[in-house]
Design a protein around this ligand. Structure first.
Ligand code: MLT
Length: 331
């Protein structure tokens, strides 16, 4: 009887251990909007390596760049429904699902990489992460810092708002970005990210804006000639996990995911500083022409801040909230 009990205990125990081991492993799918070689892919690679290391190889992440798993905005829906594990996408493609995130995309809100780091890693970032779980069913666990979105076009050098007149500029389906171009005197064309290269190539649109590293990764130099160094939006590209998927993990795995996200964020912060200038030079070597906006960008800044900000006070939690955030940035 005793022996039998011991046998049962051992066999059942071993089986239980086997089961626990068998289910304590997974390969996650990570959607990436941009082509390989950009800041999004770099964040994904760093995350995958860190997660593997932290879980002794039991949890891995497969990366699917170039919108293979769908357009960036669609991946938010898929992750919310638990159909996709992770996605790395531009912040402006999360705003439609979680409106308060707009505080990070108000034109000229973020004026440096340090502002970007402080906002994403400080209290504002924590609050936006909570809001995004509540509103969109996805949790931000890491950030790539991609640099300012510069304007590119195939027609002519643009330095003033007058130069911009008559151009057809593609923007993401993002109210703030649409309003910003309207404040600059043109009606932009909202278009999904995965349709942008073809639209530029076929000259359905003349231009678009994205960071230097993204312009290079997407090979926009093949279809665009001129760059204007505007600095209205600092591109933040978060790594999100489906909240359903996150909640179905053990506390240890959740912690490993969060830690890997933090490590990947640190890597991205360094990567931008090590890479952006080199990419800029490569784009010039490939024939692109870079111009600065005239007069220190004053007319661009004035039009956008005076016309766009007031329209979005409510969405970002009110003017007082915005003033508090500006104060925390020393403005
Ligand atoms: C967009 O323009 O839709 C995004 O910035 C694309 C991206 O993720 O780089």
């Amino acid at each position: 009887m005793k022996l039998n009990k011991l046998f049962k205990k051992t066999v059942v125990g071993a089986f239980g251990f086997f089961l626990a081991t068998a289910v304590s492993a997974a390969t996650f799918k990570v959607a990436i909007g941009d082509a390989a070689g950009g800041t999004q892919h770099e964040l994904g690679k760093a995350f995958a390596a860190s997660l593997k290391e932290k879980t002794d190889g039991k949890y891995t992440a497969d990366l699917f760049p170039n919108s293979q798993l769908g357009d960036e905005q669609d991946t938010v829906n898929d992750a919310a429904m638990g159909l996709l594990d992770f996605s790395i996408l531009a912040i402006n493609n999360i705003t439609p699902f979680s409106p308060s995130v707009a505080i990070l995309t108000l034109p000229y809100m973020i004026q440096s990489l340090e502002d970007a780091k402080q906002l994403t890693q400080g209290d504002v970032g924590k609050e936006l992460t909570e809001n995004t779980i509540r509103d969109a069913g996805v949790r931000i666990i890491g950030w790539s810092y991609s640099g300012f979105r510069v304007l590119t076009n195939s027609k002519r050098p643009v330095k003033t708002l007058d130069d911009l007149k008559g151009m057809v500029i593609r923007v993401p389906k993002n109210e703030l970005m649409i309003a910003t171009y309207q404040s600059w005197g043109i009606n932009p064309s909202p278009l999904a990210w995965n349709e942008t290269f073809t639209a530029l190539q076929q000259r359905v649109v003349d231009g678009q804006d994205n960071p230097y590293i993204t312009v290079a990764a997407m090979k926009f130099d093949e279809v665009q000639k001129y760059i204007t160094n505007i600095r209205y939006l600092f591109s933040l590209e978060p790594l999100i996990i489906s909240e359903q998927v996150f909640q179905s993990q053990s506390p240890e795995v959740q912690q490993a995911i969060l830690d890997a996200g933090m490590e990947a964020t640190e890597h991205s912060y360094q990567y931008l500083q090590d890479t952006e200038q080199k990419i800029k030079e490569e784009l010039v070597a490939k024939g692109m022409e870079i111009n600065d906006p005239a007069n220190d960008e004053k007319e661009w800044i004035e039009a956008a801040t005076s016309q766009v900000w007031p329209k979005f006070y409510d969405q970002v939690g009110g003017k007082e909230r915005l003033d508090e955030v500006l104060k925390s940035l020393g403005r």
